[in-house]
Design a protein around this ligand. Structure first.
Ligand code: ZN
Ligand code: ZN
Length: 134
């Protein structure tokens, strides 16, 4: 499928020729800061299926110590993508335009959620990571 995304000011746009997977919301204290929200809403993709449409030169990045990073629009501050070792490996669901035909499949790190957050019922919640699939 074709998925498009853009930042708040519209300067940065991307295109995905493929599917998103593993949509999750993480409630850890780092995601709260990184996404300026109660939690992250994020889905993974195949790096080869992702391309910038315009505004790539306006991106700014923040890389944390473990190789994971985030890409932002330097004009409006939207967080668009997560990277791993410099490659785009997922997108923030908030910047996806239209219906990406995926729903949040899990809430993770609910053990460290903000005291003021109420997580809706109906989607699986995990204290930290979900149990490994066997
Ligand atoms: Zn922007
Ligand atoms: Zn997190």
């Amino acid at each position: 499928m074709k998925i498009n995304g853009s930042c708040f000011c519209g300067s940065v746009r991307y295109h995905i020729e493929g599917k998103l997977r593993d949509a999750r919301s993480c409630h850890c204290s780092m995601c709260r800061k990184a996404f300026s929200a109660q939690a992250s809403a994020y889905a993974l993709l195949e790096t080869e299926e992702f391309s910038w449409v315009n505004g790539e030169g306006l991106l700014t990045s923040y890389e944390s110590k473990n190789g994971a990073g985030l890409l932002f629009c330097s004009i409006c501050g939207s967080t668009l993508c997560g990277t791993y070792e410099g490659k785009v490996h997922g997108v923030t669901l908030g910047c996806v335009d239209g219906d990406p035909e995926i729903e949040l499949g899990m809430h993770i790190f609910v053990g460290s959620k903000a005291s003021w957050e109420i997580i809706p019922e109906g989607v699986s919640q995990h204290e930290k990571w979900p149990p490994k699939k066997t």
